[in-house]
Design a protein around this ligand. Structure first.
Ligand code: PLP
Length: 237
């Protein structure tokens, strides 16, 4: 388990790096939210990080989220960031601030049905597979507009923006074009003015590449290991 001292200094380091990257490109650092990615992180450490200013937590397993949300005694915000199985949608409700990983119509339909049942509109981001890696989830960029047009008719889903996962490398020459392309897509889609679709949020950047993501326009960086230390076991994104 990470020490309080290391946790605090990691958080301060990440905040400083974000501020530097934002200022470098003329952005206001306050526009960028840090989402603490807490898969495999114990609830006690999460509570500490909350006390140090990380109030939004991202989980990629619904069961893990449910278990921790029962234990954690803080008024935190919960996000779902990983591949979401349709059979887990029945556990989701008003306590989820944002789902980052809407990547297929079947999932949209499950969320829509769940939203109708509990009389709730789910805020979501559409995950886009910019890098084209076959192992990555997400809508292909060329199919995004049609996907958004379909979602715009679903009254219990509210699209707030886009999310992507860059290739697993810190090489800026590889990740920068991926982030730049997502930003461009969001600008292009915003221009379409599709009803019920907003493009305010760009969820991009993880521990290895968040400064580049901020330079390219990210509004939510999803940070796990740079804050909480290396995970005990690795999980696919
Ligand atoms: C695990 C994960 C992260 C955080 O990864 P780190 O490299 O530890 O910061 C971000 N986004 C998604 C979708 C993840 O699954």
């Amino acid at each position: 388990m990470i020490s309080d001292h290391d946790l605090l200094s990691n958080i301060e380091h990440v905040k400083r790096k974000i501020a530097e990257a934002a200022v470098k490109v003329g952005r206001n650092p306050d526009e960028i939210m840090i989402l603490g990615v807490t898969k495999t992180v114990d609830p006690q450490t999460m509570q500490k990080s909350y006390d140090y200013g990380i109030t939004h937590f991202g989980e990629n397993r619904v069961q893990e989220y449910l278990g921790k949300s029962d234990i954690i005694k803080r008024d935190c915000y919960w996000h779902i960031i990983g591949r979401l199985q349709t059979n887990k949608v029945k556990y989701l409700d008003q306590r989820i601030t944002l789902i980052h990983s809407l990547d297929r119509m079947e999932l949209a339909e499950a969320l829509q049905a769940r939203g109708e049942k509990i009389d709730w509109v789910f805020p979501v981001l559409v995950q886009v597979n910019i890098s084209g890696e076959s192992t990555k989830a997400g809508i292909e960029p060329e199919n995004l507009k049609n996907f958004l047009l379909s979602l715009s008719k679903m009254g219990n889903i509210s699209v707030r923006g886009l999310m992507t996962i860059a290739p697993y490398t810190e090489d800026p020459e590889v990740v920068r074009p991926v982030f730049r392309k997502l930003k461009k897509l969001s600008v292009d889609m915003a221009r379409e003015r599709v009803e019920n679709i907003s493009m305010e949020v760009l969820s991009m950047g993880m521990s290895g590449d968040y400064t580049i993501a901020v330079e390219e326009g990210s509004t939510i960086v999803r940070i796990g290991s740079a804050i909480y230390g290396e995970r005990a076991y690795s999980q696919p994104g």
